[in-house]
Ligand binder design. Structure first.
Ligand code: ADP
Ligand code: MG
Length: 664
C-alpha cells in the first residue's frame, strides 16, 4: 500500500516523502526517529557551556531583529524564567516577532552559552513545559518536510490496519522477553516512557542484527560458494613486477600480496577484505592482484565508488603498467555511447584485460569474456547483495574488497564474518605525522592565531562545520554563520570559500577547483568534502564541535592534510568529551583510533550522533549495539546448525537465507 492512501497525503507530499526514500506505508512506519527529545525543563546549574537546553518562561521585552541580508536575520529577546532572565537569539525566524508579545508564554529549545547567559534557539514553541517529561521523536527531515510533519503522517499510518513481517523465531522471543513487532513499531514512534522505548528499540535492533548475522553466517557456511578457480601464476614474474616499482613495498603490503596470491592459486574462491588507512597503499596491492590475474590469462574489473576515483585509478594504472602489454579501459556513467559500444564489444571478445569504472561495470548490458577477479574500492559503499548482479550473469569471480575504514580485528571478524581479512597497519616511509591539538571554545583566539600562522606561509586551511543533523535548514544556517565568522577574522586578507551538500555539482566543482588552485585560502565545509580530494598545500584542518563526530570520522577528516613534506596540523575544537577526543592527539594510527572509538562510545545517548554510514541499518548501530550483535551472532549460528529454518513457522527466515545464498 502506498502512502497516498493516508488521509491528507496528496501528490506534493508524496513527492517529498519520495525524496527520503519513502513510498509505501511499510517504508513509512519503518522510518524510525534518529533520536528523541525529552521535553523536560533543564536545570541551569547542571548545564555546561554549549549543552542542549530546554527552558520556558515569559517574553520579557519586545524582540529586536537584525537583518544580515535578504536571506538571513537574527532575532533577540529576553526570557524571564521566574528565576533568571536569559537572552534568547534565533536565526531566520523573524516572522515570529508579531506573536512574541511581552508576557507570552514560550518554550525555548537550543544551545546554552553559559558565559553569555544566552540561548541560541533552534526552536521556539508557545506554552509552558508540561510537568510530566514528554518524549518526542525526531526524524531526519528534508526541504519542505519537517520532523513534525513526518511524525503527523506516521501517526495517521499507525492508526491504519497495517501488517508487518515478524522474523524472530519463537524460542528467541521467549528467551529475551521481546515485544511483539507491531507494538514495537507503534512505541518507537510514540513512546510514553523511556522504559517502553528501550524495550521496543532492543527488539527491533535484535531482529535487524539477527537477520544480518543469519545472512552472514549462511554465506559463510554455504559450501556451494566456496569453489573458485585454481590458477597457475608464475611467482617470479610477479616478483619482477614488484621490483620494477618506484618504491619498496612495506612489510604489510607484502603480506597482503601473499594472501591474495595464495587465494588466487588455490581452488578456494577468494572473498577477501583488504583494509588499511587512507594513504596506506592499498591501490598498488590491488594492481598487483590485477597483474597476477592478467598473467593467468583472465579478465579483471576494478570498481570505484565515484567517477573521479575511477578515472584516477585508470590513469594510475596506465602509468604503472606502461611497460606491459595489458589492455585497460575505463567505463563510467559518462562514457560516450560510441566509445561505450566499442569497449563492450572488445570486452566480450576478450580484447580488454582490465576494465576500470563505477558500478556501471556490473550492470546488465556488460558482458565479459572470462571475468575472474572483481576488486571494489571503498567496500562499504557496496552492499553484500551487489555480488548478486554478478551471479546473475552466471559468473562467480574471486572478490577483493578494499576499505579505508580500519576496524579492530574482533569487530571485523563479526561484521565481515563471511570474509577473510588482510590489513595494512603501517604507512609508507617518509610521511610526517599530523600534529593534533584539542582546544576549548574559550581558546578561539589561540586557534585563530595558529590559523593565521599557516595562512601567512601561503598554506591553506579546511574548516569543518559542526553537523547537527537537526534539519537541513539548521545545518545550513550553522555553516553560513561559520563562514561569516571566518570572513570577520580573515576576510580582509584572505579568501573564504564555502562547500556544502546543498550546492549543485557545478558550484561544488567551482569552489573545489578554486581551492585546488589556491584561489581560496580557507574552505569552510561540512563533511561532504569529496573522497579522494587531494590538496597538498592544505596544512591545517580545524574541526568545530568535534565532540559531535566519532573518532574514526575525525581521523578520516584529519587524513585530508599531511599530504606532502610540510608539517600539518589538525585542531579539534570542543569543550566537551575532551577525554575521548584526546585519543586523537596521541596517535595517528587509524586502527588504534577505531579501537578506542569502539571502546568509548557508550550506548543510550539519546542526543547522540547518527552512525556513520558503514552499513545501512535502519535502527541498529554496530558500534553501540555490539553486545546485541554478539548475541545475534550466537543465536543465528545455533539457528542454522539446528536447522530451525525447516520449521514452517520460520519460513520467513528461510527465504532470507535462500535469497542471500543465491545472490552471492
Ligand atoms: P590508499 O590505501 O588510501 O588507497 P594509495 O594506494 O592511494 O592509498 O597510496 C597513497 C600513496 O602512497 C600513493 O601515491 C602511492 O603511490 C604511495 N605508496 C604506496 N605504497 C608505497 C610504498 N610502499 N612506499 C612509498 N609510497 C607508496
Ligand atoms: Mg584508495
Amino acid at each position: 500500500m502506498n502512502i497516498d492512501c493516508i488521509k491528507g497525503v496528496g501528490p506534493t507530499i508524496v513527492k517529498k516523502f519520495e525524496k527520503i526514500g519513502i513510498k509505501t506505508i511499510n517504508d513509512l512506519i519503518c522510518y524510525y526517529p534518529f533520536r528523541y527529545d525529552i521535553i523536560k525543563r533543564s536545570n541551569l546549574e547542571e548545564l555546561e557551556n554549549d549543552d542542549k537546553i530546554i527552558i520556558d518562561g515569559l517574553v520579557e521585552n519586545n524582540p529586536s531583529v537584525f537583518y544580515f541580508n535578504r536571506k538571513m536575520d537574527k532575532m533577540s529577546f529576553r526570557l524571564n524564567t521566574g528565576k533568571n532572565i536569559l537572552n534568547v537569539v534565533i536565526f531566520n525566524r523573524s516572522f515570529l516577532k508579531q506573536s512574541l508579545k511581552i508576557s507570552t508564554k514560550v518554550i525555548v529549545i537550543g544551545k546554552y552559552d553559559k558565559m553569555h547567559n544566552t540561548v541560541t534557539a533552534s526552536e521556539i514553541r508557545f506554552g509552558l513545559i508540561p510537568s510530566e517529561p514528554k518524549i518526542e521523536p525526531v526524524y531526519h527531515s528534508t526541504n519542505g518536510l519537517s520532523s513534525k510533519q513526518i511524525f503527523s503522517v506516521i501517526e495517521k499510518a499507525l492508526n491504519l490496519d497495517f501488517s508487518v513481517i515478524d522474523y524472530i523465531p519463537k524460542n528467541l522471543y521467549e528467551k529475551y522477553k521481546l515485544l511483539n513487532k507491531k507494538d514495537c513499531i507503534k512505541l518507537i514512534h510514540n513512546p510514553k516512557t523511556l522504559k517502553q522505548l528501550s524495550l521496543a528499540q532492543n527488539t527491533l535492533k535484535y531482529e535487524e542484527l539477527f537477520l544480518f548475522m543469519i545472512k552472514m553466517n549462511s554465506l559463510k557456511l554455504s559450501k556451494k560458494n566456496k569453489i573458485g578457480i585454481k590458477r597457475n601464476i608464475d611467482k617470479k614474474l610477479v616478483e619482477e613486477f614488484i621490483n620494477s616499482l618506484d618504491f619498496e613495498l612495506t612489510h604489510d603490503q607484502i603480506k597482503c600480496v601473499d594472501d591474495i596470491y595464495n587465494d588466487l592459486t588455490s581452488i578456494n574462491r577468494m572473498n577477501r577484505l583488504l583494509q588499511g588507512d587512507v594513504g596506506s597503499g592499498k591501490t598498488i596491492v590491488s594492481f598487483i592482484a590485477l597483474y597476477m590475474n592478467y598473467l593467468s590469462g583472465m579478465q579483471s574489473a576494478l570498481m570505484a565508488p565515484t567517477e573521479i576515483l575511477a578515472i584516477q585509478h585508470y590513469n594510475n594504472m596506465k602509468n604503472v603498467f606502461k611497460n606491459y602489454d595489458i589492455k585497460i579501459a575505463v567505463l563510467t556513467g559518462k562514457t560516450k555511447s560510441k566509445e561505450k559500444k566499442e569497449i563492450l564489444s572488445k570486452l566480450k571478445d576478450g580484447d580488454i584485460d582490465i576494465l576500470v569504472g563505477t558500478h556501471a561495470l556490473i550492470s546488465e548490458n556488460v558482458v565479459y569474456n572470462n571475468l575472474s577477479l572483481v576488486i571494489t574500492d571503498e567496500q562499504h559503499r557496496f552492499g553484500v547483495n551487489q555480488r548478486g548482479n554478478l551471479k546473475n550473469k552466471g559468473i562467480t569471480p574471486d572478490i577483493l574488497y578494499m576499505s579505508a575504514t580500519p576496524i579492530p580485528r574482533t569487530y571485523a571478524l563479526t561484521i565481515y564474518g563471511d570474509m577473510d581479512i588482510s590489513s595494512i597497519h603501517t604507512m609508507p616511509n617518509g610521511r610526517k605525522e599530523v600534529i593534533t591539538y584539542l582546544k576549548k571554545n574559550s581558546e578561539m583566539l589561540d586557534v585563530l592565531n595558529r590559523m593565521n600562522e599557516e595562512l601567512k606561509q601561503g598554506h591553506q586551511i579546511y574548516v569543518i562545520a559542526p553537523l547537527i543533523e537537526e534539519s537541513e535548514k539548521i545545518d545550513l544556517e550553522n555553516i553560513k554563520a561559520l563562514e561569516e565568522k571566518m570572513n570577520m577574522a580573515f576576510g580582509k586578507l584572505y579568501k573564504v570559500g564555502l562547500l556544502h551538500g546543498k550546492m549543485t555539482n557545478n558550484e561544488k566543482d567551482n569552489v573545489m577547483n578554486d581551492f585546488k588552485d589556491n584561489k581560496v585560502n580557507i574552505l569552510v565545509s561540512t563533511t561532504v568534502v569529496e573522497v579522494g580530494v587531494d590538496v597538498k598545500n592544505a596544512t591545517m584542518i580545524v574541526i568545530f564541535d568535534a565532540f559531535r563526530f566519532g573518532l574514526s570520522q575525525l581521523h578520516q577528516l584529519r587524513g585530508r592534510v599531511g599530504r606532502n613534506d610540510l608539517q600539518s596540523y589538525c585542531i579539534l575544537i570542543s569543550s566537551k568529551e575532551t577525554k575521548r577526543l584526546e585519543v586523537l592527539t596521541k596517535t595517528n594510527d587509524g586502527f588504534k583510533v577505531s579501537e578506542e572509538d569502539f571502546k568509548l562510545r557508550g550506548s543510550g545517548d539519546l542526543f547522540g550522533v547518527r552512525q556513520s554510514g558503514d552499513m545501512s541499518f535502519s535502527i541498529s548501530n554496530i558500534k553501540n549495539d555490539f553486545n546485541i550483535l554478539l548475541k545475534a551472532k550466537e543465536d543465528s549460528l545455533e539457528f542454522i546448525k539446528n536447522k530451525e529454518y525447516m520449521k514452517p513457522e520460520n519460513s520467513n527466515v528461510k527465504s532470507i537465507i535462500e535469497s542471500s545464498i543465491n545472490l552471492d
